[in-house]
Structures are given as C-alpha cells and as structure tokens.
Write a protein that binds this ligand. Structure first.
Ligand code: GLP
Length: 242
C-alpha cells in the first residue's frame, strides 16, 4: 500500500485526476469506479477541468457506481445514480450509456446485486476504483463486520452512517434509507488499482486503522492492505494519527 500525504483536499483531487487522465490516455475505454460523498468532489472538479482544457478525452470512458440506496426512486436527487449524474457524468460530458450501476429500485434486490456484480466482471473489471472512507472505516457501504470476501449485496446501514449522511437529506435522519446495495469488499478488491482519498481530521482514526491497524472486518478499509496496487491519498489532517 502506498500512502501519499498531500497538503490539502485540492492537491489530493489533482493527484488522483492526473492518475485517471494517465489511465485514460493509455486505455481510452477504461472503466472508472466512482464514489459518492463530499470527499471525491475535488477529484471530479480537477478531472472536469482537464476535460475542458482538452488534456483528457473521456469520449470512450466508462463509469461504474460503487453503491446505492435501496428504495429511493432512481430520479430522487439523493439516489447515488442522481448524485453521480450531477457530480460526475454531467461535468465530464459523459452520457448514461457510458454508465453502469446497481438497480436500487428492483423488487428482487438480491438478483439486482448479483446482476451488477456479474456486469462488472463482464465489462472486463474496474480499472481504477476511487474510494472514500466512512468515519467507522467503511468503504462503499461495507459497514464494520462485513466479510472481507463479500460480493455485491444488500446491507443495513449503521446508525452512525445514517447520522453522517443525514446532511444530504435536509438533516433529517428519518429520510435516510436503512438499506443499501454495495459492491462487496471482495468485489472492490478485484479492481486493478484502488485509490482511497480521505481528508479532514474526522477521518484520522479510520485512516490510521486502515493503514496501520490489523486487517480486520471491524475496519473494512483495512482490506486495502491485501491489494497489490492500493494508493491511499490523505491530507495532513487525515494523516494526523499515522
Ligand atoms: C457514504 C458512501 C461512501 C463514502 C462515505 C464518506 O457512506 N457510501 O462511499 O466514502 O459516505 O463520505 P464523505 O466523503 O462525504 O465523508
């Protein structure tokens, strides 16, 4: 695992956008796995700036979703499909035909999970998966105690994650869904390059457990230690407990 400490979130965003641009330069149809949350926004902004300046061409790029709420209509503004359309696809000028994600509205949720897991491998696998991290060490929506070999499946959110995400639902935890679909940890580990970005002091404990703690289901992100090509990009505040 490579740990890169950057001065601030903007520098982290630039560094990761540069890695994505290089990947797309050598493999224009690369499958980029993207994450939601506030942390990755500087990455998407830096990548969009490169697209606008002509430094990178995303005409053939493909985008894959990491996780999704169960039960929110696909056009709900906080469904992760909507969030990614707004924050990633539109700024990059990428159409929905270049996007793949799990169906959080399916009646057969387990079937939707299995179908998405298979779709990712049928697509040749994810080339670069961008990850954020929850304050409890979750990646995607793999909460503590998730099997490190898990596949895409339905999960129940912890109270802490619902509290953390209530800000996207007008501060009302009652609006935050209880259930989600997430790529499993085993699924995530199949990406060729994992890039985790963490910024701010609130992530310092989770980052320390990820990088220096034991590989343990209590800190799902610690599974990155098992991956042959994992990069953890942290600002100084998030690195403060390393
Ligand atoms: C959600 C997402 C994760 C994300 C996490 C942290 O739980 N499912 O993929 O990493 O939030 O979000 P933020 O970056 O806003 O702290």
């Amino acid at each position: 695992m490579e740990v890169v400490i950057v001065p601030d979130a903007e520098a982290g965003g630039e560094l990761i956008a540069e890695a994505m641009a290089k990947l797309l330069g050598r493999k224009p149809g690369a499958l980029l796995g993207v994450a939601t949350g506030s942390t990755p926004l500087p990455v998407y902004e830096a990548l969009a700036a490169k697209v606008r300046s002509g430094a990178v061409d995303v005409g053939q790029a493909r985008i894959a979703q990491l996780d999704e709420y169960v039960g929110l209509p696909a056009d709900h503004p906080e469904s992760y499909r909507s969030v990614l359309r707004r924050e990633v696809l539109e700024p990059l000028g990428i159409g929905m035909d270049q996007f793949t994600g799990p169906d959080g509205t399916a009646e057969d949720v387990q079937g939707a999970c299995e179908a998405y897991d298979k779709a990712l491998s049928d697509a040749g696998g994810v080339d670069l998966q961008l990850l954020g991290i929850g304050t409890d060490g979750h990646i995607g929506f793999n909460e503590p105690c998730s099997s490190l070999a898990s596949r895409t499946r339905i999960k129940t959110l912890t109270e802490q994650t619902r509290i953390d995400n209530a800000r996207f639902f007008g501060g009302d935890i009652g609006q935050v869904p209880h259930h989600v679909i997430t790529q499993g940890i085993g699924t995530i580990l199949e990406a060729r390059h994992l890039v985790l970005l963490a910024t701010g002091e609130g992530k310092a404990d989770a980052v320390a457990a990820t990088v220096e703690g034991p590989i343990a289901a209590m800190c799902p992100a610690s599974a990155l230690q098992l991956h042959p090509h994992a990069t953890v990009v942290v600002d100084e505040a998030a690195a403060s407990k390393l």
